[in-house]
Every structure is written in structure tokens, then in C-alpha cells.
Design a protein around this ligand. Sequence first.
Ligand code: ARG
Length: 605
Amino acid sequence: GDETSTSASGSAQEPAAPGAGSVKQQISNLVALSLRATVPEVDVEPIVEVCTGKFGDYQCNNAMGLWSKVKGSGTSFKNPNAIGQAIAKNLPACDVIESASVAGPGFVNIVLSKSWVAKRIQDMLVNGITTWASILPVKRVVLDFSSPNIAKEMHVGHLRSTIIGDTLARMFEFSNVEVLRRNHVGDWGTQFGMLIEFLFEKFPNWEELGSQAIGDLQVFYKASKQRFDEDAEFKDRAQQAVVRLQGGEEKYRAAWKKICEISRNEFDQVYKLLDVQLEEKGESFYNPYIPQVLEKLSSQGLIEESEGARVIFIQGHQIPLIVVKRDGGFNYASTDLAALWYRLNVEKAEWIIYVTDVGQQQHFDMFFKAARMAGWLPDPKEKKFPKTSHVGFGLVLGADGKRFRTRSTEVVRLGDLLDEAKSRSKSELLQRLTENGKIVDWTDEELEQTSKAVGYGAVKYADLKNNRLTNYTFSFDQMLSDKGNTAVYLQYAHARICSIIRKSNMDVEELKVSGNISLAHPDERVLGLYLIRYAEIVEEACTNLLPSVLCEYLYNLSEMFTRFYTNCQVVGSPEEPSRLLLCEATAVVMRQCFQLLGITPVYKL
Ligand code: ARG
């Protein structure tokens, strides 16, 4: 067959087991059954949302749309409200729904059964939070994130990409989607000519060098660039080095490998600190595929000659996408086309996601369109998969409102930044523990682990909680504050729940099996309902590629817990067993959120 045709099929999916999927999915399934009974002649998707009003927990908003489809067709329904009434009446009898009522032009308000909500929470406590995984219509995702450039700076933008990408990966993985975590490092290109020549010049014994010997690669890059700009003879040699490297000459390949290895070691240190897994498939990996991919595009008549370069003209764009430069070399775009081809046809990914700053949006837009022109990707209106998405994010700003920099260097060393977050959180912790006379309860090891979890978590959360498209201001003071929507505040909230559970003299593990959750008090019911929304929140965050959705949920959850805890006495009350289980469930869900955000939860603070 034609290899360029995409082989990953659409949303092939086994029917979900009853009770599987998010609450919203389950309500949607029930609504779908009712719709089939109510208007068998119309094929319509259920529209189910969380209720904003006080008359229900979820609502079905199908009636108005249905009315405009069936009115005038001899239907027996008189108005949208009548359709709503019928939808409510035709909901199958089950233990999920307590009651359904109709408001205004046919909104069906659905009230969930308290005992079903309680049972769902208790099931989760017994069988684990993985039973709350949502069901997504994809099986395999390629997630291209972090992707710094060899020997150039790994800047805060790459930190953002790493943090956002890792969270997306974790959320998909939690939803049982296979994620190919790809580090598309910039390990190819003309800059290697000067780097290699400079290496030969500075370190005649370069072959024996350990990975630390060159010292700072960014400094090395700058120095070689300076040499390149100032010395014509060096520049000449550097340009020849590129040719010799690309021609595969042994010595040049070896030097290139050496430089990549040194860079890789530096990157890996940051990934280790952040606890991020990535598989490197750099630009060079796709190099051998470029000629054949361009050949195919050419034979489809998509590539044209323009001012000596080979380009693809794309509707809606003034400038064409250059795929072969005037000097005959390949570029960022040709590499990305080959990589996309590989991801679709060899890796058979259904969804390919790229995490970079919004500045690259045009690049992605253009080569996505080129892929669509080539028939690699379906028309987004027709079929959902395979598809590509660019996850763009804004700049990181300093307190001065300009691009974030540290005092000493122009670029920010990521390792230093994480270190500072950790040491700041450590001194605050020490001070507080000393003031409270609690310092004696802590081992050095505990102090160290906790400040690391809190400090690193603060950096990650400060980034993730924002709408990723907006610029955000990096401020240690803000992110390490224990008030407001910060990771520190959330860590405290979680640790406090753990301490409530520790202080009660009941055995929670035993309670999970023998106890019963009752949601009699209104604040208990609100908390319970919010807990079981966990799965649909992850589902939404994955579908829209928005980690901030999960952050918002986590923050709201801790607020709801506070309200519950303020109004419902836990320890020493007759309801203690049930309420302890609610505490435990909240802690479990919070920990799982932390987990997905790449933050290590602390149990004592
Ligand atoms: N190396 C690029 C940069 O630092 C990011 C690469 C993103 N991935 C891709 N397939 N283009 O800006």
C-alpha cells in the first residue's frame, strides 16, 4: 500500500464496562439511552454539563437543539420543555440518578443519588484511584516536549516545556494512553561546524576528555561563535566541517557525538532533579528520512522552486514553508515533516503533541497544513484522528516585566533555580519549626526531602496553574507563599488532612472495608460530589491539553475540604468513621493530583 497514507485508525474503542469512565461519561451514557427512546428518529450526541445552578448536579442540554430539528416535522412535542420532560422521564431506572427535573426551555437537571456517590468513593478507597481513570478516545500519543538545543542554552522556556509536557504525559498515562515521550533535541545543524572546529583547536586531546572537562558548554558555544564571527579562516574551516560531518567522516562524527554527549549529561541532570522521563530522538534521528519524505511530497506536486530554495506554498500564509534551503541543506521544517511522517507511519501515533513557546506557532501551523495537503492527516471536520496539536505557552517574565534572567548570567541555569527554591523553602520551614518548638520532631533527612518536595513543587505549580498561553511572572516570594493558590498552601492542606487522620485513633485501612460513608451534611455532599468529578477533570485537561484545569480542581478541592472541616466535626463526633473516610478520600485524590502535576506530596509539614 501507499506508505504515506496514515495508518493509525480513528477512535476505535471497545465498549466501556458499566461503571467505567468519568461520572460525566456515565451520565452521558444514560442520557444517550434516553435520547434514543425519546427521539428515535434523530441521531444526536448527548450534551451533559455540570450544573451551575442549585437544582441539580449535572444537566442535559439537548432539548433546545432537538426542538429545532424536529419542529415542523409532525412531531407530537409542543415545545422544547416537552422534549426535556420526555428526556427526564425516559432516563433508565438505575442507582446513579436520584431525580431529574426540567427547567425553562427543557434543561434537564439531574440529581445524583447520595448513596451512589458514597459508594463510588468507597470503591475507590478499596480498589485504588486507578479505578477512576477516564476513558480517552486514543491509544497512543507522541508527546514532543522539552527539546532543548545541544550546546545552546537550556532556558526557562525549555523548563516550561518540560514541566507542561511531563504533566500532560502523566495525565494521559493515568488515562491508560500509551505516551511516547520524545525529546526532539536540536542536535543537528550548521552550528556544529564551528563547535567541532573549536573543540579540535581548544582540546587537541578531545577524544580522551570526560564529559566535565570542557566545562560550561554555553560558554564554549559563545566562545566558538565569537571565533567564527571574528576569524574568516576559522569560519571557512567551520563551514567545511559541516560538510565533512554531513558526509559522515569518522573524526567529525566522533566529535559531534562527544559534544552531544556532554550536552546530554547536562540536560539529564535537570531531568533527574525534576523527575522527568524522556526518550531522546533528536533532529539527527530523522535526517535519513528527509529525502524520501520530500520525494513523496514532490511527486504529489506540493514542492515548488522559489528563489533557489524548495518550498511548499500554503494557503493563508504569505511566505511559503522552506523545506530545502538555497544551499541544498535541510532545515527545521524538513526535519519536522520527516519526524511527523515517522510518528504517523512507524510509531503509529494517533495524536502528536508539540510543546513549545507560542512564538513557534506559525511554524507548526504551516507544517501541519502541509501534512494535511499531503493527505497525512484527515480534514479536522471529518475525522478526529490522527491529529496534531501545538501546545503553545507564553514567556517567563522577571519582576521587571522583561524576559526572566538571573543577576549573574543572561540565561537562567535551571539547576540553580530549583536549588534556590529548595533552599528558600528550607529556611522558611526551619524558622517555623524552630518558632513552634517542633524542630526536635524532624530528622535532617526529613527536612531535606520536605524542602525539596515543597520547593520544586512550588516552581512547577506556579507554572502549571496559569493559562499556559499567557506570560507569567517568575517570583520566588509568590510561589513560596503559604497563602493563596500555591503549591505550598496545597502541601499544607494535604499534610493537615494526614495529621487529622493520624490523630484520630481509628484504623482507616480497616474502615475502608467495614465503614460506610454517609453524605448527610450538605458540605459532605458537596465535597463527595467534587471528589467523584476527578476523572472528568483529568479527561478535560487531556482533551484540551490544559494542565491548569487540574490545578484549579486541586485548589477548589482543598477549599471545599476546608469548608467541610470547618462545619463538620470529625474527630470525636458520632460521624467520625464516615468523616474520616471522606478525609482519606480527599487526601488520596489530592495526592493523585500532585502526582499528575509531578509534585511530591508531603505528609507532615
Ligand atoms: N529545539 C526546539 C527549540 O528549542 C524545539 C523543538 C520542538 N519540537 C519540534 N518537533 N519542533 O525551540
